[in-house]
Design a protein. Structure first.
Length: 159
C-alpha cells in the first residue's frame, strides 16, 4: 500500500484542526507552515476535504477551517477513503467474488485489504491526535487502540 503525499498532508492538516476547541477555526496558511506543506497544495487538499465532508470553512479576515465531522467517531479508515477513495482489493478479486476461484496471490491481497481496513478502522482521529493512541494487533487479528509509546516498546521488544 502506498501512502500518498496528499493523504499524509491531509492527516497532518486534520490533526492540527482536531487540536483546537470546537467552533474555533485554523488558517490553512498556519497549518501548512507548521507542517512544511506547500501552501498551494494545502489549499487544494483543503478544498477536497471540504467536498468530501471532512472540513468546513469560513471566509473573511478571521476565517479558516474546522472539522465538519466528529473526531471522536471518525476513524482513520473514514479519512483515508475520503481523501484517496475506497480501499479495494486487487482488480481480479473485485471481478470474482467466489474466493474458491481466485488465484493464490489474489486471496492474499484480499486478506491484506481486510487487515488494513480493520487496522485503520480501529482508531479514531481523536484517539490518535488527542489521546496519543495507535492501533495494535491483538489475538484473533483484532486491533485495539493503545498508547503509541506502548506500541513502540512492543516493536522494540520483538527486535
Amino acid at each position: 500500500m502506498e501512502i500518498s503525499k496528499k493523504l499524509d498532508y491531509a492527516l497532518r492538516m486534520l490533526a492540527e484542526v482536531a487540536k483546537v476547541s470546537e467552533g474555533e477555526v485554523v488558517s490553512v496558511r498556519e497549518v501548512a507552515e507548521a507542517n512544511n506543506i506547500p501552501y498551494s497544495f494545502a489549499r487544494t487538499i483543503q478544498h477536497e476535504m471540504v467536498r468530501s465532508g471532512l472540513l468546513r470553512t469560513t471566509r473573511g479576515p478571521h476565517g479558516g477551517m474546522m472539522l465538519a465531522v466528529d473526531a471522536k467517531t471518525t476513524t482513520l479508515l473514514d479519512i483515508v477513503e475520503a481523501v484517496d477513495g475506497p480501499l479495494v482489493p486487487s482488480e481480479f478479486v473485485q471481478k470474482n467474488a467466489d474466493l474458491a476461484e481466485i488465484g493464490s496471490f489474489d486471496c492474499i491481497w484480499a486478506e491484506i485489504e481486510l487487515l488494513v481496513r480493520s487496522y485503520l478502522g480501529s482508531v479514531t482521529l481523536y484517539q490518535v491526535v488527542v489521546e496519543g493512541l495507535a492501533p495494535a494487533l491483538r489475538s484473533g487479528y483484532v486491533f485495539e487502540a493503545i498508547p503509541a509509546k506502548e506500541l513502540e516498546a512492543m516493536r522494540e521488544a520483538k527486535e
